[in-house]
Design a protein around this ligand. Structure first.
Ligand code: TXA
Ligand code: MG
Length: 331
């Protein structure tokens, strides 16, 4: 059930997690499906519930930078500088893993993904968990494998039903998943773009954060990096404004249709509202990220078959949005 995150609900959530159960966890990026990262039976429940292959590593959430020592075997200086600059916040660091901990959560990798979320409810739950002997929470996005990530508590209930305890932390502020930087290979490598931009990361860590192409062997199989992911039921197509207008003009002869096509664009287009469901994309990348997954879900709920999206601008601030839209369009 969806619960307001008062002291009683937080204590109940911590107890559920301590006992090996799952909890829907609000973070500033997207909602997570959380389990005790040190309990392999609990972690197996995440993989089963999501239908996610168990060799896909999960991100482990910790209350603060101090929680890192429990999971990481070592932390290079550039990773420490990234933590100091961006934690708590939407940044995940891949670090060498202590061999004796969290093997299941790490999907068998010799590294572990660690993140300290900024959302106050996530912070409160992580602290309550630490008090009852749970040093970290494995939490992938709380959606079925390959589907659109949830940005509200209602989205999570829609994915997993009302038996799951979901703490309602309101709509997620960032809206797309954390930026992931691999810090386990001697140099920082950007594995997944998010709200934080490469320039910001490079400036904070005092050296260039490399793109995966620069280090071909650096990328382990990771679900957030699969080509087709984040997919709504409707088919997503990315087009520039001109292509979009041409496609819309080709619907000329149609007077009334069962609104099978949705359009999400920054540019104002000529659209017949009886034929096409049109929504405006914000001009701002952060606002677009915040709305992205909810908008895709909303189009699905309206029953459209096609979602035509205006390609985001080719600028660093839009990289996270472009990444998620491209993967949505690839399936
Ligand atoms: O914003 C987020 O990161 C959200 C919220 C809930 O915190 N979580 C999230 O988790 O997106 P998930 O499981 O959907 O994505 C985890 C990503 C995957 O691409 C996974 O492969 C990668 O992190 N990852 C985790 N641990 C890793 C590791 N040891 N090595 C390489 N990639 C790893
Ligand atoms: Mg995910």
């Amino acid at each position: 059930m969806v619960r307001s995150p008062d002291a009683v609900a937080l204590a109940e959530a911590a107890a559920t997690l301590r006992a090996g159960g799952l909890v829907g966890l609000p973070t500033e990026t997207v909602y997570g499906l959380a389990a005790d990262a040190t309990n392999p039976t609990a972690v197996a429940k995440i993989f089963a519930a999501k239908g996610r292959p168990s060799d896909h590593p999960l991100i482990v959430h910790v209350a603060d930078a101090g929680g890192v020592d429990h999971f990481a075997a070592s932390v290079p200086g550039f990773a420490q500088r990234l933590m100091a600059a961006f934690w708590p916040g939407p940044l995940t660091l891949i670090l060498p893993r202590r061999p004796e901990v969290a093997a299941a959560a790490a999907g068998g990798q010799d590294s572990v993904g660690l993140r300290c979320p900024a959302h106050p409810v996530a912070q409160a739950l992580l602290r309550a968990c630490a008090e009852v002997g749970v040093p970290g929470l494995a939490a992938p996005s709380a959606n079925l494998f390959g589907r659109v990530s949830p940005t509200t508590a209602a989205h999570v209930r829609g994915e997993f039903g009302s038996d799951l305890l979901v703490l309602d932390g309101g709509p997620c502020r960032v809206g797309i998943e954390s930026t992931i930087v691999d810090c386990s290979r001697g140099v920082p490598v950007l594995l997944r773009p998010g709200q934080l931009m490469p320039e910001q990361l490079s400036a904070a860590c005092g050296q260039a954060v490399l793109l995966p192409d620069a280090v071909p062997s650096a990328v382990p199989r990771a679900s957030g990096t699969l080509e087709a992911h984040y997919a709504p039921s409707a088919k997503v197509r990315l087009m520039n404004a001109k292509e979009l207008q041409t496609a819309l003009d080709m619907l000329q002869g149609v007077d009334k249709a069962p609104l099978a096509i949705a359009v999400w664009s920054r540019t104002a287009l000529r659209v017949k509202s009886t034929v096409v469901l049109a929504r405006r994309m914000p001009d701002d990348a952060d606002a677009t990220a915040q709305q992205l997954f909810g908008q895709l879900r909303d189009f699905d709920a309206q029953g459209v078959k096609l979602i035509w999206v205006e390609t985001p601008p080719d600028a660093p601030a839009w990289a996270g949005v472009l990444d998620r839209l491209s993967r949505a369009a690839a399936s």
